[in-house]
Design a protein around this ligand. Structure first.
Ligand code: SF4
Length: 748
C-alpha cells in the first residue's frame, strides 16, 4: 500500500450496490444524511462510496480504498435483505484489508436481523438498529476520544425532529456527479421518515419508528431548492423515497404549493403514498407539481385488506381508490396501483375478488391515468409476517419454503416468493392465477393508458408493457421450473446459529464461505453474465475456492468464442459440435467449474487443457497456476487453427499450444493437473500410465456414447489410478484412437 495523501482519518460509508443494472437510483440520501450529521458535529472527514457507480473489479476497489484512506471507522450499509450476501462478502474483503479499523453496519436488514451480522467471527464489530445518525455519531465520538467503540448491537436511537439534521451534504457524492446522469435515472431524497401504519408484509417497522416525522414544509422546500442548485432537476426523475409521502394533509399541501410556486420541477417526481386522504385539491396539486404516485393498493378483497392490516374499513378504502381513479383522469395525474398476490391467507376466491376490483378500477372508463404493478408476496425480514411465521402457518396454512432466502447468492428473489399462501392455495396455484389473469388485464390497461401528455408518459407505458411481458406464459413456465429446482435446494446457512427476538435462528455466514464476487462493473453486460454464472455455481455449492471464483470472474469467455456460444456456456446450456465426434468448443460453466474445483491447481503447477479448441479453459488454468506455472493447450485441429489459438493466448505467456489426438492426451509432456471437456469410453492405457508416471490429477467424463457419463477425478499414484466420481453429466464424445469414434480428431 502506498503512503496516504491525507493525514486525517475518515469515516467511510459504503453502499454495496444492488443486483439491478437498469434505472439505477442515485443519491444515497441515508448515507449522505448520516455522513453530513457526523461531519457537522465532529468536523471529521467523511467519504462515501456507491459501488453501483464505481468501475472495475475488487482490485480496483482495493486501490480506491487505499486512495481514500486512512480510516477512523468504516460502515457498510446492509439496506435491504437483497444486499445481505454482498454486504458480507464486502465486509470480509474490507476487514482483511483494514483489520484494525472498526467495521459497522446498519440498514433495514441489519435492523430486522442484527444477529445475521453480529456473531462470533463476523467481520463486523457493531450493527446499528434503526436510524443511523445518533448511534454513528456516538461511535465516532468514542474513537475521537481515544476509546474503543461499543461492540455488538446498538440502537435504536432516532432523530426526533428532522429539522435538527444539517442540510443534505450532496458534495459527499462529488466523485460521482460528473457521470451520475450517464448511469442514474432517478435521484433519491427523503423529506420524511417512518410510518404509523402496521401493514403485515412491510419491513418499514424494522426501523422500529412507527411515528411519521418530516422536515418542516419550509425546510423540505429548502432542501429541494438546494438540490436544484447542485444538479439540473429537469434531467431527473426525483424519487421522494419516503415510506409514506405526505401523511399529514396540511404538510402535503404546503409542500406541493411550495414546489409549484418556486418552479422546482424535475422531469417528474415519484413517490409512494396512500389514497385514503387524497381529495380533489390534493390530486390537482400533485398533477401541477409534476408528481406521479405509487399507491399500495395491495388487494381488492375486503377480507385480505383486513388480514394484511392495510385498513380496518375496507369498503371505504376501496371506494377511495375508485375516487382516485376518477380524480386522476380529471386532473391528469399518473399513478400506479401496486398489488400483492399471494399474501399468507390468500385463496382463489380472494384473488378473484381482487382481479374483479382492479378490472373495474382500470377498465370501466375509456381512459385511465393509472397503471398496475403486480407483485407476488415476498417474505421480508422485519415484517410482521416474518416475525410470526409460525402463527401464519397455524392460522392460515401458509408454508414458507425458504425462510432464510437472503442467504442465497443467486436466486434470493425467487426464494423470497416461494410461499404457499394458505391451506387451499399453493405456490403453483398462486403463480398460475397471477400470470394467467393479469397478463390480459395489463394489456387492457396499456390500451387505455392516457398519461399526462408529456415525454415521461413513454416511461410509464414501457413499464406497463414490460410488466405484461414478465407475466407471459413462457415466463410463468420458466418460473415454475426454477421454483421446482429451488425447492430441492434448501438455503443452506453456515456458521453458528443464534436466535433473536422473532425466534428466528440467525446463521452468521462465515466470511471464508463468502468470497467475492462484488460485481462492480455494472455497465458491462459480459461482466454481469459472468457474475450471474459465478453466483449460480456458488449457490449450487460447486465452487468454494476464492482463486477459482476470481479466475471465472476475470476471464471473459466472449474473447475466446462466438458470443452466442459464450452466452450458452455461461447459462449452462449444452453446446454440441456440428458433427458427432468433433471436439466441442466448450462445455457448460458448471462442468468446467466442478472440474477445476476438484483439481485445485496450485500456483507454479503444470496444467493442461486436454481438448483446447477455444483456449478458454487454458486461460483459466493459466490464471490458477499463475506466472510461475505452465499450461499446455492440447489442440485437436490443424496447424493453422493451432497457430491462431497461440495468437489468441499471447496474454498468458505460460501457455504453450501443441497439436494432437485429445483421446490420447496426457502423454508426451509433464502434467500435474488436466481437464478434458469431452467424454471417452474409458481411461486409455497410455493415459493411465502417464497419470501414474506423473502422479497427476485429471478430470474427464467416462461412460456411454448416448447417455449420461460420470465426470471423474482420476488421481495417479505410483502403482494405480484412483477414480472419484464427481457428477453425472452428458458431454459430447470424441473421434480419436481411444475415443468413441475411430479416425482423425476433428474440431466442431
Ligand atoms: S406498506 Fe406503506 S402504509 Fe403500510 S406500513 Fe409500509 S409504509 Fe406504511
Amino acid at each position: 500500500m502506498k503512503a496516504h495523501l491525507r493525514p486525517d482519518p475518515a469515516v467511510l460509508l459504503i453502499a454495496p450496490g444492488i443486483i439491478k443494472w437498469t434505472d439505477l437510483d442515485f443519491g444515497l440520501p441515508h448515507l449522505v444524511s448520516m455522513g453530513g450529521y457526523v461531519q457537522h458535529h465532529t468536523g471529521v472527514r467523511v467519504e462515501l462510496l456507491d459501488l453501483n457507480y464505481e468501475g472495475g473489479d475488487h482490485r480496483q476497489l482495493a486501490r480506491t480504498l487505499d486512495e481514500l484512506g486512512p480510516y477512523l471507522i468504516i460502515g457498510i450499509s446492509c439496506f435491504s435483505s437483497y444486499d445481505f450476501m454482498r454486504t458480507m462478502a464486502l465486509a470480509a474483503f474490507v476487514k482483511e484489508l483494514y483489520p484494525d479499523v472498526p467495521l459497522v453496519t446498519g440498514g433495514y436488514h441489519a435492523s430486522a436481523l442484527p444477529t445475521d451480522l453480529i456473531y462470533d467471527g463476523s467481520p463486523f464489530d457493531t450493527a446499528i438498529v434503526g436510524e443511523g445518525e445518533l448511534p454513528l455519531l456516538g461511535l465516532v465520538r468514542q474513537l475521537l476520544g481515544g476509546q474503543a467503540i461499543t461492540r455488538g448491537i446498538i440502537g435504536p436511537n432516532a432523530i426526533e425532529n428532522l429539522d435538527d439534521l444539517p442540510p443534505y451534504q450532496w458534495q459527499l457524492l462529488a466523485r460521482y456527479w460528473p457521470r451520475a446522469h450517464q448511469i442514474g435515472r432517478k435521484f433519491q431524497i427523503y423529506l420524511s421518515r417512518g410510518c404509523t401504519y402496521k401493514c403485515t408484509f412491510c419491513m418499514e417497522r424494522a426501523k422500529t419508528e412507527y411515528r411519521w416525522r418530516a422536515y418542516s414544509p419550509e425546510r423540505a422546500i429548502d432542501e429541494l431548492e438546494r438540490l436544484s442548485k447542485v444538479t439540473d432537476l429537469s434531467r431527473w426523475v426525483v424519487n421522494l423515497a419516503d415510506p409514506l409521502f405526505g401523511y399529514k394533509r396540511s404538510w402535503r399541501r404546503q409542500v406541493l404549493r411550495g414546489v409549484i410556486d418556486k418552479g422546482l420541477l424535475p422531469r417528474q417526481y415519484w413517490t409512494l403514498t396512500r389514497s385514503d386522504d387524497l381529495q380533489d385539491e390534493d390530486v390537482e396539486l400533485l398533477a401541477k407539481a409534476r408528481f406521479s404516485i405509487g399507491i399500495g393498493v395491495e388487494s381488492g378483497s375486503p377480507e385480505m385488506l383486513k388480514i394484511m392490516r392495510k385498513t380496518a374499513v375496507p369498503d371505504r378504502y376501496l371506494s377511495q381508490l375508485m375516487q382516485l381513479g376518477q380524480l386522476s383522469r380529471k386532473h391528469g395525474l399518473s399513478w400506479a396501483g401496486n398489488v400483492i398476490v399471494g399474501h399468507p391467507g390468500e385463496t382463489q376466491e380472494t384473488m378473484r375478488q381482487t382481479h374483479a376490483f382492479l378490472k373495474e378500477l382500470f377498465t370501466t372508463a375509456k381512459e385511465t391515468c393509472g397503471w398496475l404493478s403486480i407483485d407476488p408476496f415476498r417474505l421480508y425480514p422485519g415484517a410482521q409476517v416474518h416475525e410470526q411465521m409460525a402463527d401464519w402457518q397455524r392460522e392460515h396454512g401458509a408454508v414458507f419454503h425458504h425462510p432464510t432466502w437472503w442467504q442465497s447468492w443467486y436466486d434470493g428473489a425467487l426464494r423470497a416468493e416461494l410461499v404457499d399462501p394458505s391451506h387451499s392455495l399453493d405456490f403453483e396455484g398462486r403463480v398460475r392465477f397471477m400470470y394467467d389473469h393479469y397478463e390480459p388485464l395489463l394489456g387492457e390497461v396499456a390500451k387505455r393508458f392516457r398519461g399526462q401528455g408529456r415525454d415521461v408518459d413513454k416511461v410509464f407505458l414501457r413499464s406497463i408493457e414490460n410488466e405484461q411481458r414478465q407475466l407471459s406464459p413462457r415466463a410463468r413456465d420458466q418460473l415454475l421450473a426454477r421454483a421446482k429446482q429451488a425447492r430441492r435446494q434448501p438455503t443452506a446457512p453456515s456458521g453458528s446459529p443464534t436466535s433473536d427476538k422473532s425466534g428466528y435462528l440467525g446463521h452468521g455466514p462465515s466470511p471464508a464461505n463468502l468470497p467475492l464476487p462484488i460485481g462492480l462493473h455494472v455497465k458491462d453486460p459480459w461482466v454481469r453474465q459472468r457474475e450471474m454464472a459465478v453466483r449460480r455455481v456458488l449457490a449450487a455449492g460447486i465452487v468454494r475456492g476464492e482463486r477459482l471464483i476470481e479466475a471465472l470472474l476475470q476471464v471473459g469467455p466472449e474473447r475466446f468464442m462466438a458470443e452466442d456460444v459464450a452466452k450458452a456456456m455461461l447459462d449452462d446450456r449444452p453446446v454440441w459440435p456440428e458433427r458427432e465426434g468433433a471436439a466441442p468448443q466448450t462445455v457448460g460453466v458448471s462442468t468446467i467449474a466442478m472440474a477445476l474445483e476438484a483439481l485445485t491447481p496450485d500456483g507454479g503447477e503444470r496444467a493442461a487443457d486436454l481438448c483446447a479448441v477455444t483456449g478458454y479453459v487454458a486461460a483459466l488454468l493459466a490464471e490458477l497456476v499463475g506466472p510461475t506455472g505452465e499450461v499446455v493447450a492440447h489442440h485437436p485441429g490443424g496447424w493453422l487453427s493451432a497457430r491462431s489459438l497461440s495468437r489468441q493466448l499471447t496474454a498468458w505467456p505460460q501457455i504453450r499450444v501443441i497439436r494432437g489426438d485429445p483421446t490420447l492426451a496426457i502423454r508426451g509432456y509433464a502434467m500435474d493437473v488436466g481437464f478434458l471437456g469431452a467424454a471417452l469410453p474409458r481411461l486409455s492405457t497410455p493415459q493411465r500410465e502417464a497419470l501414474m508416471a506423473e502422479q497427476g490429477r485429471a478430470v474427464l467424463a467416462l461412460g456411454p456414447r448416448f447417455a449420461k457419463q460420470d465426470l471423474v477425478l482420476v488421481h495417479g499414484t505410483a502403482d494405480s489410478c484412483q477414480e472419484k466420481p464427481l457428477a453425472r453429466v452428458r458431454l459430447p464424445v470424441l473421434t480419436g484412437k481411444a475415443g468413441w469414434l475411430r479416425g482423425q480428431p476433428q474440431v466442431g
